[in-house]
Design a protein around this ligand. Structure first.
Ligand code: GDP
Ligand code: MG
Length: 598
């Protein structure tokens, strides 16, 4: 394809504003899929994405569009996820584009992630085309939203397309604006090959498949390619494009987006953000690549069946390949045995990875409560980073502990300002600023400890604002706090996987509530089990699980048989996620209980 008629673009939006639906319409309109193949949100391929209705992995697809100017254009569309946890994926896709469609819901207006995504697009120097979507809704107010885009973002929105992805309105106009406003890629066919790896996945037959944006030169089968960061070299076996199915082509040229297969067996050789060049005619400098994202939340992952440990290791290695934000290293717990300490961008990311491990690799896992990374300054003047509460040094060795803080911006209708402020207060937040977006909506700025956001902040925010608030946050650094480690003892023994770090003022209450919660969650055993919460040697709360009576079914005698069967099935189900800790059987929920006790 002639580079002058190539357009590479992304769609960015706050979650639920209609990115994926619009992508479907664009695919349909350009005939990328026949009506028979078309099913809703084809770009959300992963089962998980369909079920949760969110986009996790970015997807790329090549389209052909005969424009009104009589020319035929090649459009590469890269879909991006909208959730705050996946900002990393968004910035990866934006680096492969020259333009972005900014989708804003005509009823909701600009939300926190709309702004965050716009800033990423501006950082990447993208041309932004505003699209006001869902104009079919009775509550739509496109002119108010147009004004908001101009006032809050500072973009000219006079040409913003009024669209309904659902009803297929505005699609032609959007495609015309893509062609006329987004610049063609710049790149030189004669220069040495430079291709940016922006994603990859593992294929059982073809090995690691890397997704690339070719910036300069040409890549074709037979070329000896070199990954500039790792130095690994492979002969290219196949190159192709996504239509949206993988389709082999003769070559990928400067400006193109596509995939490269090279029988790559060592997944660690292909690093997202790395540059591919031609080993026989190499570029001197790699592309700038990406800012590496640091995980903010850590937890332990343990196989319920210890013999699954090697499978878990293999699965993490594969997942890391197409999720560069995932970190992991082996860890051992006296309660749970051999497992991995894993780092994630946030709680949703953590849940998604756990679910993928279970679905795609048939594993059953125990996850421990998530923790942030603490900076612990010792009396010997050194500092250690602690992401596992059970590894916190003895208190007499600690000079002070610092915890990560974030700056959170929360957008909410003004009627809920009181609720939001109350929540932030309770979460140890410091008020910074409040600004009116218009007469009805405000943005609140707070500084909050990251750990308080990890613990059910989002759910509480949503319920306190009838679902209307949205929020976004960024790390601003570390600050000293009065933190202590709370241990949980079962039957007199500390269960390392249940320890957590908490602000001193909240320790007593959390310890008490957690003991009560654990009493409900841990099934009765043949003997009495004391549950204690302790700071150091000082027990601050206690509950007792009474010994089991002879037969659980006893209470069903006289009841009907289906109820009995249900109870048995429930017990069987529970079994799967039980872990033997000493001589006590502990269910998965117990390890996460600390998240749900506020
Ligand atoms: P994404 O999270 O931005 O990818 O949003 P989706 O494309 O998954 O859409 C979120 C919800 O909004 C879905 O229930 C869609 O059916 C709905 N939706 C998307 N576009 C429109 C539209 O133009 N009009 C209406 N009424 N609903 C829409
Ligand atoms: Mg989506």
């Amino acid at each position: 394809s002639d580079i002058a008629r190539v357009r590479n673009f992304s769609i960015i939006a706050h979650i639920d504003h209609g990115k994926s639906t619009l992508a479907d319409r664009i695919l349909e309109y350009t005939g990328a899929l026949s009506a028979r193949e078309m099913h809703e949100q084809v770009l959300d391929q992963m089962d998980l994405e369909r079920e949760r209705g969110i986009t996790i992995k970015l997807q790329a697809v090549r389209l052909t569009y005969p424009a009104d100017d009589g020319q035929v254009y090649t459009l590469n569309l890269i879909d991006t996820p909208g959730h705050v946890d996946f900002t990393y994926e968004v910035s990866r896709s934006l680096a492969a584009c020259e333009g972005a469609l900014l989708v804003v819901d005509a009823a909701q207006g600009i939300e926190a992630q709309t702004l965050a995504n716009v800033y990423l697009a501006l950082e990447n120097n993208l041309e932004i085309i505003p699209v006001i979507n869902k104009i079919d809704l009775p509550s739509a107010d496109p002119e108010r939203v147009r004004g908001e885009i101009e006032r809050v973002i500072g973009l000219d929105a006079s040409d913003a397309v009024l669209a309904s992805a659902k009803a297929g309105i505005g699609v032609h106009e959007i495609l015309e604006q893509i062609v006329s406003k987004i610049p063609a890629p710049t790149g030189d066919l004669q220069r040495p090959l430079k291709a940016l790896i922006f994603d990859s996945h593992y294929d059982a037959y073809k090995g690691a498949i890397v997704y690339v944006r070719v910036v300069d030169g040409v890549i074709a089968p037979g070329v000896r390619m070199r990954m500039m960061a790792t130095g690994a070299e492979y002969e290219v076996v196949e190159v192709g494009v996504f239509r949206p199915r993988m389709t082999a082509v003769d070559e990928l040229r400067a400006g193109d987006v596509g995939y490269v297969a090279a029988a790559i067996k060592t997944v660690r050789d292909t690093r997202v953000g790395d540059t591919i060049t031609n080993a026989d005619y190499p570029a001197s400098e790699p592309l700038p690549g990406y800012r590496r994202m640091n995980p903010m939340v850590f937890c332990g992952l343990y196989p319920v069946d210890s013999s699954d440990y090697p499978l878990l290791r293999e699965a993490l290695l594969r997942l890391e390949l197409n999720d560069a934000a995932l970190r992991y290293e082996p860890e051992t717990s006296s309660a749970l045995g051999f497992g991995f300490r894993c780092g994630f961008l946030g709680l949703l990311h953590m849940e998604i990875i756990q679910e993928r491990l279970e679905r795609e690799y048939g594993l059953t896992l125990i996850t421990t409560a998530p923790s942030v990374v603490y900076h612990v300054y010792l009396t010997n003047h050194s500092m250690v980073e602690i992401d596992n509460p059970s590894l916190l040094p003895e208190s007499n060795q600690i000079e002070r502990i610092e915890e990560p803080y974030v700056k959170a911006s929360i957008m909410t209708p003004k009627d809920f300002v009181g609720n939001v402020m109350e929540l932030c207060q309770e979460k140890r937040g410091a008020f910074i600023d409040m600004q009116y977006l218009d007469e009805t909506r405000v943005t609140l700025l707070y500084e909050l400890p990251l750990t308080e956001i990890v613990y059910d902040f989002f759910d509480r925010l949503k319920s306190g604002t009838k679902g209307y608030a949205s929020f976004d946050y960024e790390l601003i650094g570390y600050r000293p706090s009065q933190l202590v480690k709370l241990d949980i003892l079962l039957n007199g023994d500390v269960v390392d996987a249940l320890s957590f770090i908490v602000h001193r003022d909240k320790a007593y209450q959390r310890g008490k509530l957690l003991c009560e919660k654990l009493k409900d969650l841990i099934p009765q055993q043949m003997f009495e089990v004391p549950i204690q919460a302790a700071i150091g040697n000082k027990v601050i709360a206690r509950e007792t699980i009474r010994a089991m009576r002879k037969n659980v079914l006893a209470k069903c005698y006289g009841g009907d048989i289906t109820r009995k069967r249900k109870l048995l099935e429930k017990q069987k189900e529970g079994k799967k996620r039980m872990k033997q800790v000493g001589n006590v059987e502990v269910p998965q929920e117990a390890f996460m209980a600390v998240l749900k006790i506020d």
